[in-house]
Design a protein around this ligand. Structure first.
Ligand code: SAM
Length: 284
């Protein structure tokens, strides 16, 4: 056993848990789960299973359910535990609490009482997907789940059309094709996109292509598992090196090379590093 059960100071501990592979739990997450006075979980069975896998015993400590529908009373009870000097660990069903998961109201209520809120950080599907997708990661916007209805979904996508960041969506396997069709409809055929399925699990699968290619590839397919969809930033497909060079030459008349690269990258919605490297070739 690599983890330690040691007394924790009072506070809320937001603990990230694996999104697939159970061994992605961190040692500190296990320390906190082994040590907290109270464990609150979105799903107590999942939490207990994870603790069992890693040999973390409850030893009579309370394991209580807490989710978005638990109500104000449940928040008040947990805040009162912390105010009385207890440590409370909170785990959502998978990944990082608050990231498309419960924990927000609880964290806010604890902070509002000036009580400590801390985290044992770890897995989250948004970061895992960005890590493998191959799209720019210097600026990204996490959108999470869009509404299920087509009209509402497309209205929300339209509001993101010009955002020069990689966009990250969570989606259910049943609706992934509908999401890809809506993205294609609103953002056009050409944007780069990536569908990440079952990250860190046995059938992990990453599909890359344009929105047109991916929406065709997922048409009529029965899709299973958990899914993150990423879309390349606005403007990236229309800018060629000559355009970047021209913008850089203009900017470099009044700015240092680094500032010029930052400005041009921001204006064209491109990764700073790519623009900076081009700027270096222009510097004479
Ligand atoms: N709190 C979690 C996190 O930090 O990523 C997200 C919880 S949200 C209720 C569940 C969604 O996350 C899934 O529908 C899917 O979109 C995404 N997700 C979770 N695990 C995943 C995995 N292993 N591979 C791909 N997507 C995953």
């Amino acid at each position: 056993m690599n983890f330690k059960a040691t007394p924790l100071s009072a506070g809320l501990y937001l603990v990230a848990t694996p999104i697939g592979s159970a061994r992605d739990i961190t040692l500190r997450a296990l320390d906190v789960l082994a040590s907290a006075d109270v464990i609150a979980a979105e799903d107590t069975r999942t939490a207990r299973k994870l603790m069992d896998i890693h040999g973390v015993a409850l030893n009579g400590r309370p394991l209580v359910a807490f989710h978005d529908h638990s109500g104000d009373g449940a928040v008040t009870r947990l805040v009162a535990e912390i105010a009385s000097g207890k440590s409370v660990a909170y785990v959502s069903e998978a990944g990082t609490p608050l990231i498309a998961d419960p924990g927000f109201e609880l964290g806010r209520a604890v902070a509002a009482k000036d009580l400590p809120v801390t985290t044992a950080p770890g897995p989250s599907a948004v970061i895992a997907a960005l890590t493998v997708a191959g799209l720019p990661t210097d600026r990204f916007a996490f959108v999470g789940f869009l509404p299920a209805g087509k009209t509402q979904r497309e209205t929300e996508i339209a509001a993101l059309r010009d955002v020069p960041f990689t966009l990250v969506f969570y989606e259910s396997p049943k609706r992934v094709h509908g999401l890809l069709l809506s993205l294609r409809e609103v953002l056009g055929d050409a944007r780069d996109a990536v569908v990440c399925r079952e990250l860190t699990k046995r059938f992990e699968d990453v599909s890359r292509g344009s929105l047109a290619e991916l929406s065709d590839a997922f048409s009529g397919r029965t899709v299973k598992g958990e899914i993150v969809v990423l879309v390349g930033r606005a403007g990236a497909e229309e800018v060629d090196d000559a355009m970047i060079a021209q913008a850089l030459q203009e900017a470099m008349k009044t700015m240092r090379i680094k500032d010029a690269a930052t400005t041009v990258a921001g204006a064209l919605g491109l990764p700073r590093r790519q623009v900076y490297q081009l700027a270096l070739t222009l510097e004479t």
